[in-house]
Every structure is written in structure tokens, then in C-alpha cells.
Design a protein around this ligand. Structure first.
Ligand code: C5P
Length: 287
């Protein structure tokens, strides 16, 4: 059983406000990328074993892939500890706002469900995804989708027009609670009149970008460099620290990546991916 776990960017991310449960109310447009991890699942006679091609990834119960195994096992009403092996081939840079861990977690829910033939409904998988993390439900759906509430309630949208994407991953990471904490701190600085959410799915902005860039000015430099290198639009993705630029052609994306390399930043070139390639569930309407 082999599944691809596609990365995402947030084409737009609007923070509506803090919620009583410690999360923030969001309105965000997610977009799948061709860039993906690969997960290989296999039966095992006893215990769980998670291995990964990249160093620094926890291989124990902290890994969402392991948590997903426990959830599917329990949801299927099986006794004892889950039994299985999974090998993760990691290509999505970690802790960069590209959803690497969440994508793996979503792929694992589907992978274990198929491997063990537990046959959970799409609705049940979506519930488990929500319990794994706010970003996880999107990956069941893939393509272009609207995320509301904590970002975990997903409405599939038509695939956005295809674009080439340059990802610049700065040498520092930003933790998600930290980014939202900075948004809280800077609240007084937000402009009073908020713009309405744009109807065009390729309208690009991120309300977390200003608070993060205030603490990491390099982010604004990267965004400027992407725009100067010809990006149609550029913004931070998720809670950062990755900044992406959108381009009409591969050639333009590659040229921009070359110019950024001259300035000391490494640009990873990928493209947007439609739901038919990146979605994990067929019945996405149920998600
Ligand atoms: O669900 P996830 O593990 O991705 O969330 C990590 C943390 O990020 C939350 O505990 C919360 O502090 C912050 N968060 C938030 N609002 C969201 C999503 C995440 O404040 N919509």
C-alpha cells in the first residue's frame, strides 16, 4: 500500500479573531502542490514501526502517522496495540507552513484504513483528521479548498488555475502557536477596515505574515525578491516560515529560483496539483 502525501500552501489566510478554545477563527484557501512525501504501509505481526528517510522526524507516538494508526485501530474496535509498519520518504521541508506532518497524518488515516480493511466512512475519517490537527482534514480533500472555523472545516472549491510555484524555506522555522500569539500581540496594529475575502482563489495574502515578518524581517526581503523576480503574487504560507511565489510558466519559475540563489536563498520549484491527483478520498463532498 503506497500513498502520496502532497504539500499545501495557503493561497490566502484571513484570521478573523481569537476563539474561546485557544484557537483562531480562520478563512483560508488551501492549495495542493505536486511536491509530496511517499508513505509505504505494510502489515506486521506485532507492534508499530515508523521509519523515515529524513533525520529529525520523531519515529514514536509523537508522529502523526503513529497517532493515526492508533485512531483507526480504535475506531475499528480492535483490541490491544496497533500492528503495522510504515516507511516515510520525506521531501516536504519540515515546519515550514507546507503541512508536511499533517499531510503524512492524513495519508496515514487512509493508508491504515485500507491496509487493515477497516472501511471507515469519509465522515469518520474527517472526524479523526480533525482530532489529529487543524490542518489535517484539508489533505483528505486536496486540490483547492476553503477552510473555515479552525481551518479544519473544509469546503472543496473548483481547482484553481494551474501555476508554477517557487518555495523559499528560510533557515529558521516558526511554530504555529508562536505565529498566532504574535498576531494576538499585534492586534492593535491591524488596519481598522478589513478587506472582504476576495472571490478570486488566486488572490494571495496572509494575515499572519505581517506579525511574523515583524520578528523575522528576512521574510519581507524574500517576498520582495520573489516579486522582483517576476512572481504574479507572493506570500508566506500558513504560519511560516516558507514564502511562495506564483508563476505562469516553469521557465519563469526556474529563472526566479536562479535569481534568488544569487541572493543566497534556495528556491524549490514545484507546481499546483489538482484534486484528482492530490486528494486522498474519492467522496470529497462528504469531508
Ligand atoms: O491543530 P494544530 O496542532 O495545527 O494547532 C497548533 C496550535 O496552533 C494550536 O494549539 C493553536 O495555538 C494554534 N492555532 C490557532 N488557530 C488555528 C489553528 C492553530 O490558534 N486555527
Amino acid at each position: 500500500m503506497i500513498l502520496r502525501a502532497h504539500a499545501k500552501i495557503n493561497l490566502s489566510l484571513e484570521v478573523i479573531g481569537a476563539r474561546p478554545d485557544g484557537f483562531h477563527e480562520l478563512r483560508t484557501v488551501f492549495q495542493s502542490l505536486a511536491l509530496h512525501d511517499t508513505l509505504r504501509f505494510a502489515e506486521a505481526d506485532e507492534g508499530m514501526a515508523v521509519s523515515c528517510s529524513a533525520p529529525g522526524v520523531p519515529l514514536d507516538e509523537r508522529n502523526l502517522v503513529w497517532k493515526a494508526a492508533r485512531m483507526v485501530w480504535e475506531a475499528a474496535g480492535r483490541g490491544g496495540e496497533p500492528r503495522g509498519r510504515v516507511r516515510i520518504t520525506k521531501r516536504i521541508p519540515a515546519q515550514g507552513g507546507l503541512g508536511g506532518g499533517s499531510a503524512d497524518g492524513a495519508a496515514a488515516l487512509v493508508g491504515w484504513d485500507r491496509l487493515w480493511r477497516t472501511d471507515l466512512s469519509a465522515g469518520r475519517l474527517a472526524e479523526l483528521a480533525r482530532a489529529l490537527g487543524a490542518d489535517v482534514p484539508f489533505f483528505l480533500c486536496g486540490g483547492t479548498a476553503l477552510g473555515i472555523e479552525r481551518g479544519d472545516v473544509i469546503r472543496p472549491l473548483d481547482d484553481a488555475p494551474a501555476r508554477w510555484v517557487v518555495l523559499v524555506v528560510p533557515p529558521f522555522g516558526v511554530s504555529t502557536p508562536e505565529a498566532f500569539g504574535w498576531w494576538d500581540e499585534d492586534r492593535g496594529r491591524q488596519p481598522a477596515g478589513r478587506r472582504p475575502p476576495p472571490a478570486n482563489p488566486l488572490a494571495v495574502f496572509n494575515d499572519l505574515e505581517a506579525p511574523v515578518a515583524r520578528r523575522h524581517p528576512e521574510l519581507a526581503d524574500i517576498r520582495d525578491a520573489l516579486e522582483k523576480a517576476g512572481a504574479e503574487a507572493a506570500a508566506m504560507t500558513g504560519s511560516g516560515s516558507t514564502v511562495f511565489g506564483l508563476f505562469g510558466t516553469r521557465r519563469a519559475a526556474r529563472a526566479a529560483s536562479g535569481r534568488l540563489a544569487g541572493a543566497g536563498w534556495t528556491g524549490l520549484v514545484t507546481r499546483t496539483s489538482p484534486r484528482s491527483r492530490a486528494g486522498l478520498l474519492e467522496h470529497v463532498g462528504l469531508v
